[in-house]
Structure formats: C-alpha cells, structure tokens
Design a protein around this ligand. Sequence first.
Ligand code: GTP
Ligand code: SPV
Ligand code: MN
Length: 633
Amino acid sequence: MEVFANANNCLDGLPAKIRDYVEEKIKLCQPANFHVCDGSDQENRQLLDAMEAAGVVRRLTKYKNCYIATTDPRDVARVESRTVICTKNMNDIISTPTSGFPVVTDPNLPKNLKQTPLGNWMDTDEMLEILEERFNGCMRGRTMYVIPYMMGPYSSPYSKVAVELSDSPYVVASMRIMTRMSSNVFKEIKTSDGSDIVKCLHSVGVPLPTDKPICPTWPCNPEQTLITHFPDRNEIISFGSNYGGNSLCGKKCLALRIGSTLAKNEGWLAEHMLIMGVTNPEGIKKYFVAAFPSACGKTNLAMLQPVGIPGYKVECIGDDIAWMHFDEEGRLRAINPEYGFFGVAPGTSKSTNPIALDMIHENTIFTNVAETSDGEVYWEGNGENFDGLHEPTILSWKNKRWSVDLGEPAAHPNSRFCTTIKQCSILDPAWNDPQGVPIEGIIFGGRRPAGVPLVYESFDWQHGVFVGASMRSEATAAAEFKGKQIMHDPFAMRPFFGYNFGSYLAHWLSFGKKDGLQLPRIYHVNWFLRDPETNGFLWPGFGENIRVIDWIFRRLTNQASARETPIGLVPDQATSDGIRGGEVNPALLEVSKEFWLNECQAMNKYFEENVNTNLPEDIRTELNNLQKRLLQI
Ligand code: GTP
Ligand code: SPV
Ligand code: MN
C-alpha cells in the first residue's frame, strides 16, 4: 500500500545507532519506500485515510475517528508455540524438561527449536540465519515505517527508548496509541553509544506482488510466523503475524520479555500487572498491582466502578503491564510503560466496564469486532441482544451477515479495542509520574471454577512468591489454546518470561532477603468460582470486586482480622470484619483439604518436570510446608 506522496525518507535526524540499523534493514528487506514517523496528528490522519482508501480499515460512521480492522482468520491471537527467546546458553532461558523436548514436526519451524510449557528457546546464531532468509526481500512492494517510541513516561529514569521498523500501517497507527511515539523520544536515550535502545523489526511476511492466496487487507504469513527475542542484543524480530502482542513490539516483546531480562539484570521487576489507585471512604489512598492471566479481568479491575460499598474510588494507571522499582526509602514504585489500552472487547458493557465503554467511542481502532448496519460496534456481552435477523443487521468479524442461528460469535472472542490512555475518565493524577506510584499490595488471580477461594492473603513475602509461582487458570482466547483446560500460569507470565523461570523466582525471592525494603503484602483472588449444580458464577464480580479490595485494604490498615488456613489468611465471616457490602456464599471461602492436596501434587509435578534443578530451595520448602499444614487439618 502506497501511503505517502511526501514520505519522510530522510534519516539525518536519527541517532547514529538507529540510522545504521535502519540502513542495514532496508538493504535486507528491500522495501519499495520508507517513511520515518514523527507521530504527529497530520501523519496519523494521512495514514488512516490511506488505510481506509485501501480497505485495510473501515470507518465507523457512528463515532468520531473510530475504525474497524478485521483480520485474516488465521491471525487472531498471540502464537505462543512460535514465540522464542534466543541466546547462546539455553539454560539461561529454559530448563530441560525431565521428559525431554518434543520433536519439532512442523516443517515450517526450525527443527532445533526447544519448546517447553514455560517458553521456547533457540541458539542466537542459528535463529539469525533463519531470520535472514525470512526477511530477505520480505518488504518488496511495501513501505517500511520507522517508528521511534518509548515505553514509560518522559523524564523517567525507568523508561526505555526503542525503534520499530514495520511494513504494516496498522502497526503504526496502533503503536501511536499504545506507546509514546515521537522523534522527541531520542532525547531520552540514556547511553552515549545508544546501546540502551531496543531495536525491533517486524514484517507481515508477504512481499508484493505475491501469488499466494492472501487476505489483501490483512496480509500475514502464518506458516512462517516467528516472534523472536534477543535479550543479549536488545533486539526483537517478528515475522508473519500482524496481530496484537505479535506485532506491536512494545507490549509483550519489549515491556515483558526483553523487559523482564533487563529487570533481572538491573534489579527491578517487569510484570503482567494492572496498576490501580484505591481511595477508601475515609479518604486514605493506596496503590495496588494485580497479575491475572490474559483475558482474566485486569482491564475490568483497573477501571472498577465500586458497587456494594459506598465511598470507594478507583483510579487507573495501567491495565496490563507494570515496571516496578524499589526506591531509596525501600518502597516499591510502579510505572505503566504503555500509553493506551489493547483491551478484550467481548464482555465489555455498561454494567461490566462502563469506564471502558465510555472511552472507546473516539479515536479507537477495533480489531475483529462485529459492526451493526447503524455503523456501531457489536460483540457478545455488550449489553445489546441483537439476533442479526432484524434491524440493525450485523456484519460479523468474518465480514459476513451474522445471525444467532449461525451458532458462532459475531465478534471474535479475542477481539480488541485500542484506545489512548488519555481517554480514560478515571485516570489517576499520577499516571504519568516519572517516579511511579508506591505499591502496597500485590494481587495474583486466575480463572478457577473450583477449589480456590475468593481471596486469601499470603503469610509473608516468600509464601507470596510461592502463591504467584503456583498460579493456574482456565485457558482463554488470548492465545492459540482450545477449550477450557486449567493451565499453569505462574505470575500470569508463562507466555512472557524473558529468562529461566527458576531464576525469575530467585529474583523475586531476593527482595525478601534484602534489608530496608517495605515489602507489599501479597494476595490471591478468584472471581470465577462456579456453582457445581448450575455452573453459574458464585461471585457477582465486576463492580462488586471492590468488596474484596475493601477487605484487602482493611487488612493493610489493621482493621480486619482473618481466619488462618493452610493456604493463607481468609476473610472471617464469623466476625463483622470479613467481606462486607452484601451476601457471601460460604462456598466462596472454603478451603478443601482434598482439593489442595491434589493441587500440591500438580504443582510438584509441574515444578519437577519443567523447572527441576533450577527451582529455588525456598519454593520447594513452601510447597512442603503447605502440604504439612494441609495434613494437619
Ligand atoms: P489481557 O488484555 O489479555 O491481558 O486481559 P485482561 O486481564 O485485561 O482481561 P479483561 O479485563 O479484558 O477480561 C476479559 C474477560 O474477563 C471478559 O470476558 C470479562 O467479562 C471477564 N471478567 C472480568 N472481570 C470479571 C469478573 O469480576 N467476573 C467475571 N465473571 N468475569 C469477569
Ligand atoms: C494478552 O494476551 O495478555 C494481551 C493481548 O494483553 S496481546 O497484546 O495480544 O498480547
Ligand atoms: Mn495482557
């Protein structure tokens, strides 16, 4: 797609390090044209107009400056099986599973790729050779966009400057929403040689002309897709997919995978966590972070509108990623490296997330949602019950007339909205603070239909790290998994670890052994318990989750006692300071000996198989102690 009549082909304004990188990649990818982005409104306007003219996006007539993109149905989510971290030494990234590595049978995958449930690894040089082949001439007939961007606030010692080269205009428009994209970011480079700049190369992998059957408005190359990371070179190389976390390199690739490695080396934490400010009815404010796996409720919690307990206020700093550092006083402080939300659309409604619904009717790019004949967006669970048989009619994400009798959803389950953070009406006053906000509580959680109570508190930091390590959750549509299998997802980071999970645990544990730190308390929540008879949710969730946050808040201000159980401290409904603000089904707070002994067995098996010699002794001790406590009841 030819975008600009007056493309900015001048590399002079770029720092030398970036200029060399761009020149090298132009030679390799052979684009027809290239354009250095400045992030301006005018540039964005031209780009969106050109994309609309080419049919890459459709304008939504009911809203202001909103667009829909629909994808090739083969490119709808992150592909974890094709996401790889590359280094010289395999053990830095993954442990050898006791059952050995699976044989790679897919002829399109490198046969030396080492796949594990905690991430994939390949040798740097071998991977670079394969990528050289994939990228050679891969942008022929397309424009290469040079996207300068930054993760984190301006003037923050914690922010990271990056550049992404991509042949996808959709990526440019999305990166402009999700990151601070501007040539001004170059002033924030922290090293004199530019070695701190993260370099990202992305291609949809379809040079033109092509005789392959492709979706012209969403070119992609699923057979050849590879999302690769080179922590030793501060480099990300992504081929073949145009979707979300695969192509918007700032998000999962930089902020989590490269980020977690930088964090370990530099003594901080890069986590898959929302950041929220909570003010209680007495006007006391505390900040929390929460890690839930993909599509398990971070966006919802980050924008919670309290129901059930009057006087609470929630303010949002971020909904997906937290970068956290201990400051000089020993307080943990968090910044949101992102600048926008790439949120799950289905289930977003006036009743579940009114704040999100309010912010997405301007300047938003939707992907794989459905569209009504009125020019509005539509998805399952948006509060409207259209059947598609009457007016307004519905165009599905597959661009076909949709109706209920098709027996498939109108919007893809992983359809998303992409909106700038500045449109969030409950943005915290400190959202852009270069120093971040002080964190007092860390909340882990997952989708557990049975056995895991609504909320519990860990006994101490080390036990809390164990709680994070033992997280499990039902699979969701955010990646390629099918069905509702319960998967291990430690720290909600399984798809995002940039280095060996055993060393990651050791890094977390190390903070518990340092003097002078004010360690936040650690909690685990589960909004997703189901009634075994009706299969309905036992907990109302959404706005009423404030009732759980209220208990956590009162634990931190020493206003709530708790019941000690083998797994941790649980609200005590026998006293008046348990969960407040309405009924609590007793099944929500049960801790079953049998369930948890089975859980211990599953954790033990998982750790033995996948972390084995790299598992820190302290985690083994915590697992043994949990088992002992369970056997005593
Ligand atoms: P990623 O962006 O993929 O990292 O996900 P996320 O954790 O931000 O997920 P999000 O908040 O978008 O959650 C998506 C799904 O969780 C939707 O289907 C919501 O309806 C559902 N959900 C969120 N909170 C609750 C809750 O309290 N109760 C129930 N039952 N469902 C919830
Ligand atoms: C997730 O899957 O956790 C997301 C969406 O936040 S993506 O950016 O596609 O990774
Ligand atoms: Mn996420």
